[in-house]
Design a protein around this ligand. Structure first.
Ligand code: ZN
Length: 80
């Protein structure tokens, strides 16, 4: 298992960077606190099943682009 830098993790919902701290104001009744939160302390975006999302690697997201999206990015101004 490789170690991933927290700065390379993003929220799967909005793509914002995440913090390796539980969200603030997480109600005890809601169960186990997530390990990650948005940088402002809010809960990560929920996934399609209504569960709190798990952070994903930003680089992985980029590589997941479809060829069509990559072409669009290139047309929009080259490398990021
Ligand atoms: Zn989010």
């Amino acid at each position: 298992m490789t170690t991933v830098d927290i700065s390379e993790l993003v929220c799967p919902g909005c793509g914002d960077l995440v913090a390796a701290t539980p969200p603030t104001g997480w109600p005890r009744a809601a169960g186990r606190r997530p390990e990650f939160s948005h940088l402002d302390g809010s809960v990560l975006c929920l996934d399609s099943r209504g569960r709190v999302g798990e952070p994903v690697e930003a680089a992985g997201e980029r590589f997941a682009l479809t060829p069509r999206a990559e072409a669009a990015l290139r047309a929009a101004g080259g490398s990021p």
